[in-house]
Design a protein around this ligand. Sequence first.
Ligand SMILES: *Cc1c(COP(=O)(O)O)cnc(C)c1O
Length: 418
Amino acid sequence: MGRPVTASTLTHLQGSLSGATYPAHGLARTDPVDGRPLLARYDLGRAAATLTREAMASRRSGGLWRWTELLPVRDPAFVTTLGEGSTPLLPAERLGRALGVPRLRVKAEALNPTGSFKARGMATAVSRAAELGAPALIAPSAGNAAGALAAYGAAAGLPVTVVMPADVPAANRDEALVCGAAVLLVDGLISDCGAVAARIAAATGAFDVSTLKEPYRVEGKKTMGLELVEDLGWRVPDVVVYPTGGGTGLVGMWKAFEELEGVGLIGGARPRMVSVQTTGCAPIVRAFQTGQRFAAPWTDAATRAGGIRVPSAVGDFLILDALRASGGTAVAVPEDALDDAQRLAGRLGLGYVSPETAAAVAAVGELATRGDIAADDEVVVFDTGIGHKYPPPPGLPRPAVVAPDEADVECLVALLAP
Ligand SMILES: *Cc1c(COP(=O)(O)O)cnc(C)c1O
């Protein structure tokens, strides 16, 4: 309305390892040179002309699509949205004090459509795939990606197939089915599902939107980093703690900081990035600790936190490079610490968080104890998903069962009186 019309400044794709450049005008998957992720590149000089602090302050609605200049969709007619993005950055002082980090904040990604930040990545990937003419979409998923793909595919009017491990939480499976997706269950891990999805994609022409095996999911997840900086008044926090599976969110945020510096909205300061995994599946932590740039696949991956049960990540070196360049670290928390943290987070005001978020919460406590996080550090934990889609943590107390007659209720009132 009287403001300059803004548009995507996408210019080309670049191999994240090879550095080779490719045009961005067709459906693309990984770098043909080495099979590693392709990343979207923008004309940051042109973006800087309209992507200013003032302009962002004036763009009040639109969720993640407010960042038009740094998103890949060229024609707004292809934007498929369910209201993703613009999640609040909430203070979490009570939990923070309990963990020894009073300046703890939580980016409430569970408030996204479909209950997880997977919505961000699927919104941009599905929109861009529709713009580029994909006839159908397919992806493997350990949980939340399936529901998000099904929901966004339906919103875009594209047929969706999801391939999931047979032991995936029922809520994830049902969400995909309700949204009209074809659901295939595989007796195996997410990596096995990936292989099945790739075979089906090759045979049917469905476009495979596996994490970091196409360039645009990371663009949606990048907006977590853009928003975080804006939420804090155009600066970065001291530490970002992120439950890491395929690493799209962490890689995306790191890319966001680089692009924000490129358009002149921040300087060279970066938060220390922390990847959190569980002791049952910790390929990134192991590679970080042993000084490897690439992570060997984890065998017999097992954890209740399905979103971070990823034995092998195609973007491993991007995660590890970011952790090291930022002065951050990687930490694996035991499964029972995750169960405890889920209940602690609930009791201290975060609501019913996912086991993945709980892993990140547990990691904050551990890092504070070790001295890797200082008591006055400003720490941001990403609450990546809601707890409702998962089986509950073990050991919940049994609710009291009361008959609706007066004597019983009175007896209970006496018991509960402070
Ligand atoms: C997918 C998922 C993760 C891991 O995200 P990546 O960006 O792939 O590392 C963490 N938490 C939840 C709830 C997820 O669904």
